[in-house]
Design a protein around this ligand. Structure first.
Ligand code: NAD
Ligand code: TYD
Length: 351
């Protein structure tokens, strides 16, 4: 093998797409997926590639410095692509401590392990930290987040991610650790855990359950198809400049209510329902505490310097996503039933 790369959080939504892309595209890389398998981690996301000879799974908690040190010593990675995180804003509001532990302590544990392993021998080494546009706070009706926008996180989730970003940059400046960072807008696509807006709405529409829209549905998000994010991560990992940050976004802003109406139209068509049937499920509910109004990313640095651009139009991507959820009913059922543990036992007991 040419290179060994540890991908953390590889059993989650975005991580599983990154693992699949790297395993398929770089047969000469050994890809080590380090994931604790929290409620959001699901090995079923990787069932199509988990027997590939260049793929290894390690069930580990990134906050446990002993086991992370052991993994680093065992595999001696050339690169880390760090995606493991607690990622849902609503959960961060009800239980911030998990976010502090995984997102801040966990990231620092990985930084320490990389520093210990590499020492001063950092040639061809890279620690890639995957972050979110939510660290920049909330925009009004105008403007975009750029790489120089001042940090202003406003939820426990975004504050914990902001803190981890600062630590990654601090390890670069203080110890010379070779790092690169990216901050991406909202992702959507296959394997998205149905606690987030789009998969939750698809699941509810399918089951004729109310679609909960927070507040008046006027909040704006900039949506990017998850495979376009994975492609950006590939480009930045290989070509990004040491110490730099790249913003990733779809230039694709939607208010939540417009997005849900579009989704309802697609679902009506796919489920052969009367036009307008799914929209009747829209239900306005109490707003999220501290709900950020608008996120929008300026990704021109990434486009200009590294030649990346989004590949899919939103309508096309959303339709593909709906098709995937309708074709993968069992995946959704297992997730909703909390069946990850059973799946894990089935896959690994015999090994
Ligand atoms: P996710 O919640 O779907 O997956 C997170 C993964 O991390 C899971 O597999 C989980 O088991 C694992 N994990 C959690 N705690 C762990 C721990 N202590 N040790 C080891 N593994 C642990 O998240 P996602 O949506 O795929 O997001 C991945 C990354 O991308 C996160 O860092 C997130 O902040 C960032 N991001 C997400 C979005 C988005 O729209 N989802 C946008 C921009 C950036
Ligand atoms: P979410 O998917 O949780 O992503 P984030 O909060 O990280 O942007 O939410 C996307 C938007 O949808 C956000 O403005 C909150 C809103 N939302 C709802 O209106 N209803 C819901 O049930 C959920 C989960 C989110």
């Amino acid at each position: 093998m040419n290179k060994t790369i540890i991908i953390t959080g590889g059993a989650g939504f975005i991580g599983s797409h990154v693992v699949r892309l790297f395993v398929a595209k770089y047969p000469d890389y050994r890809i080590v997926n380090v994931d604790k398998l929290t409620y959001a981690g699901n090995l079923e996301n990787l069932s199509d590639i988990d027997r590939n000879p260049n793929y290894v799974f390690e069930k580990k908690d990134i906050t446990n410095s002993e086991s992370i040190k052991a993994v680093f010593e065992r595999y001696r990675p050339d690169g880390i692509i760090h995606l493991a995180a607690e990622s849902h804003v609503d959960r961060s509001i009800s239980n911030p401590m998990e976010f502090i532990m995984t997102n801040i302590v966990g990231t620092t544990t990985l930084l320490n392990a990389a520093r210990t392993l590499w020492g001063n021998d950092t040639k061809e080494k890279r620690f890639y930290h995957v972050s979110t546009d939510e660290v920049y706070g909330s925009l009004g009706a105008e403007g975009y987040f750029t790489e120089t926008t001042a940090y202003d996180p406003r939820s426990p989730y975004s504050a914990s991610k902001a803190s981890s970003d600062h630590l990654v940059r601090a390890y670069h400046h203080t110890y010379g650790l070779p790092v690169v960072l990216s901050n991406c807008s909202n992702n959507y696509g296959p394997n998205h855990f149905p606690e987030k807006l789009i998969p939750l709405s698809i699941n509810n529409i399918k089951n004729n359950k109310p679609i909960p829209v927070y507040g008046k549905g006027e909040n704006v998000r900039d949506w990017l198809y998850v495979l376009d994010h994975a492609r950006a991560i590939d480009v930045i990992f290989h070509k990004g400049k040491n110490g730099e940050t790249y913003n990733i976004g779809g230039h694709n802003e939607w208010t939540n209510i417009d997005l849900i109406r579009l989704l309802c139209r697609i679902m009506d068509k796919k489920l052969h329902r009367k036009a307008g049937a799914s929209e009747k499920l829209i239900t306005f509910v109490k707003d999220r505490a501290g709900h950020d109004l608008r996120y929008a990313i300026d990704s021109s640095k990434l486009q200009r310097e590294l030649g990346w651009k989004p590949s899919l139009q939103f309508e096309e991507g959303l339709e593909k996503t709906v098709d995937w959820y309708l074709a993968n009913e069992q995946w959704l059922q297992n997730v909703v039933n909390g069946d990850y543990e059973k799946y894990y036992a089935k896959q690994y007991e015999a090994r």
